[in-house]
Design a protein around this ligand. Structure first.
Ligand SMILES: Cc1ncc(COP(=O)(O)O)c(C=O)c1O
Length: 432
């Protein structure tokens, strides 16, 4: 039974007890749920010869006047997921006490946790609902017992959201943070072995914690996380914490297979879930070594599960519940079909860059080290100026970067983007 059905059954029982107003809310939600199921059922039937996922864009709320190539900054929610979310919000307001404190969403919330855990390849008891990746890393950095003599290591490709908390806690606790320069300008030539070698040279006997992005947000390098975790373990590193902000919903993530101790993510990007909800996996063996960031009443109940890190009072439960719908939507699209589409879009962009006199490809040179996040340098142009022109005059949404010696625009398409949009993009680039 889907988490929605479980939820609706339970809500119907509780709302029945609460009176007619609540029951009317459930009726509304049932209609939304049926619409969601219908939408899911009709996904993907676009005929064999059509461009994969063609027509999918219409299932989003994206404005007609823009071409959205900025999924790495923030995703967009599919219409049926959005409608379900709105339904939960409306229902909550029919009897706020019932839904927030009366237990109506207790079981559905745990069903969503189980679904998220399944999606990430771990046990439900190892998953914490955070608000985002940054919160996950803050929880870890403040909760770990680290002190003088300990080192936390990461590269310059590590996002600020997974970095700044370590500098802050280092000042308070006296441990060291080593942030090394990743040779980002060499990215197109790097192999997986080179990446391992880069990390191997930086790890020392002082390194207790290694932090790394699964996919970084600058050049979109898909780090060989499993091999890096094995390397770190073989070098005596105790804790490997992976930033999965750019991977969840894009790659098939299996945190158990990766072997990481901690995996923090932001489902609002590639999983296309409502904004403001994050997931953090924390390996059971590490749980007791991390002191919760939030402390409040009743928390003892959650000792022995990762929920101990989150139970800090009221929060936006409709958003948590709709994560289940977002996962259903992505599962229905199919991870294999999505990966094939990401690769096809990547090839299309890489080919166009190769064919151009002015575009330089700054991301990895092979798909197995790549993601749907890539950096293009437009020779002779400042990336900010390129963005201003293409956004304001043509409606292309992407992100300019001027960091670590790069002067690039970052393109991060999702499966709903089309060949025609890519063609228009390169035409606009040539004309601008
Ligand atoms: C790789 C990476 N890590 C962390 C973050 C921070 O995510 P959030 O703001 O959801 O915490 C981002 C955001 O773009 C990111 O790309």
């Amino acid at each position: 039974m889907s988490h929605r059905r479980t939820f609706l059954k339970q809500v119907a029982a509780l709302a029945g007890a609460a009176g007619a107003a609540g029951a009317a809310g459930v009726g509304d939600l049932l209609a939304i749920d049926e619409a969601f199921e219908r939408e899911l059922a009709s996904l993907g039937s676009n005929g064999e010869r059509a461009e994969p996922f063609s027509g999918l864009r219409e299932r989003y709320l994206l404005g007609k006047d823009i071409t959205y190539f900025n999924n790495a900054s923030i995703g967009t929610i599919p219409r049926p997921v959005h409608q379900a979310h709105v339904g939960y919000l409306a229902l909550c307001e029919t009897n706020p006490w019932l839904f927030m404190w009366g237990g109506a969403w207790e079981e559905p919330r745990e069903a969503v946790r189980a679904k998220a855990a399944d999606y990430m390849g771990c046990a439900a008891s190892d998953v914490t609902f955070t608000h985002n990746t940054t919160e996950g890393f803050n929880t870890l950095a403040q909760g770990l017992e680290l002190g003088p003599g300990d080192q936390v290591l990461f590269s310059s490709l590590n996002h600020d959201g997974a970095s700044i908390c370590w500098f802050y806690q280092a000042q308070r606790k006296g441990f060291a943070v080593k942030r090394f320069d990743f040779p980002v300008l060499d990215t197109p030539q790097l192999s997986a072995e080179d990446v391992l070698d880069i990390y191997d040279r930086q790890i020392s006997s002082a390194t207790r914690v290694l932090v790394l992005p699964h996919i970084d947000n600058v050049v979109g390098l898909r780090h060989p996380v499993k091999q890096l975790t094995q390397l770190a373990r073989s070098r005596g590193v105790e804790i490997v914490a992976v930033d999965g902000a750019q991977s969840i919903g894009m790659l098939e993530v299996d945190v158990t297979d990766v072997g990481a101790d901690v995996y923090c993510t932001s489902p609002h990007k590639w999983l296309q879930a409502p904004k403001g909800l994050g997931l953090m996996y924390i390996r059971a063996e590490l749980r007791d070594a991390v002191r919760p960031m939030w402390v409040t009443w009743g928390q003892e109940r959650w000792r022995g599960t990762a929920r101990i890190f989150e139970d800090y009072g009221s929060r936006n439960l409709p958003e948590v519940i709709s994560l289940g719908d977002a996962i259903d939507f992505q599962v229905k699209l199919g991870s294999k079909a999505k990966m094939e589409r990401y690769e096809a879009l990547w090839e299309r962009f890489a080919d166009a860059a190769r064919a151009s006199d002015t575009v330089v490809w700054r991301s990895p040179g092979s798909w197995d080290l790549s993601a749907s996040v890539y950096a293009l340098e437009i020779q002779g142009r400042q990336s900010r100026a390129v963005f201003d022109k293409l956004y304001h005059d043509y409606g292309f949404v992407f992100r300019p970067f001027a960091t670590q010696g790069l002067n690039t625009i970052r393109i991060s398409p999702n499966v709903y983007n089309t060949e025609a949009e890519i063609e228009r993009f390169f035409d606009a680039l040539a004309a601008a």
